[in-house]
Design a protein around this ligand. Structure first.
Ligand code: NAD
Length: 248
């Protein structure tokens, strides 16, 4: 029970991988907050059914007021903020096109949710972590930032920005004993995701570990970065993709 009574925020907690993180933290005793523009109620129910503590919250991470009231409410209900997982993303519904055809609004949306949203959540959580004298922030990037995915320049760029943002934040908050790290998931075939079998087979062939990546493959790494076991690690990127890319 590494996270007994710890207060953990997982943005986009109503989504597929967010649910896996939420269950992982809850099983180890955390009180889990799941802000999302979509409903996280089924995840909350699953956690409460197993005797855990979880709340869903309507929140748009790209909106500062929405984020601040979400974080303040989590701190009020759970007594602080120990861990922030910046997992929410404009991702599944992105409009794909070559960069020279992409509309400005579409580009800006990815930046607003994925980059500004992660910064705003960290900005709102920081005062609580500073007061506690410790904290963990985990930014969820993507392997696509390592290899450059085609036809969604806005998403790829936003995920690359999170790697740089992690490093800048880590430098600024080290004096407060707050660790900031990045996790890069590979191509995850999440529950119900429709994938082209040829595309999926190609992804598998490019890995050292030749199998499909699923949500739970990420949970151990995120929990490790949130736990005291990683207390002397900050500004780092942990790539969890079965050995598709070798970083470092
Ligand atoms: N699935 C993959 O293959 C993969 C690969 C690499 C990285 N990732 C990253 O992992 C994370 C989770 O991905 P997923 O596959 O679970 O996707 P998902 O779409 O199931 O989850 C994303 C969640 O973010 C929420 N969200 C979107 N905009 C929001 C906003 N403005 N405010 C609050 N919440 C918002 C969505 O409602 C959704 O519940 C994302 O950051 C994604 O970029 C996923």
């Amino acid at each position: 029970m590494r996270f007994q009574d710890k207060s953990v925020i997982i943005t986009g907690g109503g989504g597929k991988i967010g649910k896996a993180y939420a269950l992982g933290f809850a099983k180890e005793g955390a009180k889990v907050a799941l802000p999302d523009i979509a409903s996280a109620d089924p995840v909350v129910k699953a956690i409460r059914d197993m005797g855990g503590t979880a709340i869903s919250m309507a929140c748009d991470v790209s909106d500062e007021k929405s984020v601040k009231s979400m974080v303040d409410e989590v701190a009020r209900q759970f007594g602080g903020v120990d861990v922030l997982v910046n997992n929410a993303a404009y991702f599944m519904n992105v409009k794909k096109s070559p960069f020279w055809e992409m509309e400005v609004d579409e580009f800006d949306k990815a930046m607003a949710v994925n980059v500004r949203g992660s910064w705003l959540c960290a900005k709102a959580a920081f005062p609580y972590m500073k007061k506690q004298g410790k904290g963990k922030i985990i930014n969820i990037s993507s392997g696509t930032a390592l290899n450059g995915g085609q036809n969604y320049i806005h998403y790829v760029t936003s995920k690359g920005a999170l790697i740089a943002m992690t490093r800048a934040m880590a430098r600024e908050v080290g004096d407060y004993n707050i660790c900031v790290n990045t996790v890069c998931p590979g191509f995850v075939v999440t529950e119900g995701r429709q994938v082209d079998p040829a595309f999926s087979a190609n992804r598998i062939a490019n890995r050292a570990l030749k199998r499909v990546q699923v949500e739970n493959d990420l949970v151990g790494t995120v929990l490790f970065l949130a736990s005291p076991e990683s207390d002397f690690m900050t500004g780092q990127l942990l790539n969890v993709d079965g050995g598709a890319h070798f970083v470092g």
